[in-house]
Design a protein around this ligand. Structure first.
Ligand SMILES: NC(=O)c1ccc[n+]([C@@H]2O[C@H](COP(=O)([O-])OP(=O)(O)OC[C@H]3O[C@@H](n4cnc5c(N)ncnc54)[C@H](OP(=O)(O)O)[C@@H]3O)[C@@H](O)[C@H]2O)c1
Length: 252
């Protein structure tokens, strides 16, 4: 095993596209073994094939899984840890943000966001927390969003899901931090991925490879909360401090 790998053994949930795919690609490029989890088998096997190309021993492994299948998670988590040979870090990058109009209240879309962005994260990261707490080490990374910092008119439940994820990750950090486990909350601004395809007015848009680079750097440092890119931190501090009656009048 190359000692230069950032994380020797890592799992990425939501690894078939966007930031998760880039995180998996970049971790493998440092020599780490990676488990890739998502629903789309074709995308996953293409990426695993790309990473393993030209190697005598594979370092990337694909697991087709829908995070709605919460009951599958404990066994799948154990399987992928066994296949990898260990686990140093888990990235929860799965997420959905269905398009909604200003007057739309679709419970089906709302439920999907809570199920994937929140419940899936809890199902996966509870498993990792138990394993890492017993080991006295490990890094848990959750991809949240700047969207969790305020309730916005455009995406009520997406914002809610990310605020819930932020709070869960903070509580997890406070619980397992004493055992030497790190919990990193990543709060990206707009990133150029399939999730944002076709959306306009995306301020300070960054590429998925650049976001992944910054996410991995924050994970390695064991930061508590990392905005991606970092200039969102002071901007969101200002946005969070806007009183509610004023925020209601703004188009943010
Ligand atoms: N793009 C942005 O501007 C932005 C900004 C802030 C935060 N984020 C967050 O960043 C994370 C990654 O998003 P992205 O922008 O990289 O979008 P993306 O390319 O759409 O990636 C989303 C990933 O989640 C997986 N996923 C969705 N539903 C799933 C399910 N039911 N079961 C298993 N996996 C599922 C997808 O895989 P399958 O479809 O194959 O299952 C895919 O790998 C999300 O949590 C998103 O909310 C994005």
């Amino acid at each position: 095993m190359g000692h230069s790998s950032v994380f020797q053994y890592a799992a990425v949930v939501g690894a078939s596209s966007g930031m998760g795919a880039e995180i998996a690609r970049q971790l493998a490029a440092t020599g780490g073994r990676v488990a890739l989890v998502a629903r789309r088998e074709a995308e996953l096997s293409a990426l695993v094939g790309e990473i393993n190309a030209g190697r005598t021993e594979p370092i990337a492994f694909a697991y087709t899984h829908d995070v709605h299948c919460y009951a599958e998670v404990p066994a799948l988590f154990q399987n992928l840890c066994r296949d990898l040979g260990g686990l140093d870090a888990i990235f929860y990058a799965a997420g959905v943000m269905p398009r909604i109009t200003d007057s739309e209240y679709s419970f089906d879309k709302d439920r999907a966001m809570i199920e994937v962005n929140v419940l899936g994260a809890i199902a996966w990261l509870n498993e990792a927390a138990q394993r890492f707490q017993a080991a006295g080490k490990g890094t848990i990374i959750g991809i949240s969003s700047v969207a969790g910092d305020r309730g916005r008119r455009g995406q009520p439940v997406y914002c809610t899901s990310k605020a819930a994820l932020d709070t869960y990750l903070e509580a997890l950090r406070n619980r397992v931090g004493r055992s030497g486990v790190r919990v990193v909350t990543i709060k990206p601004g707009p990133v150029d991925t399939p999730m944002t395809k076709g959306l306009d007015k995306l301020p300070m848009l960054v590429s998925a490879p650049e976001a992944a680079r910054q996410i991995i750097a924050a994970a390695v440092k064991g930061k508590r909360v990392a905005y991606v890119p970092g200039k969102w931190r002071p901007i969101m501090a200002v946005i969070r401090s806007i009183p509610s009656p004023i925020f209601q009048k703004l188009n943010l």
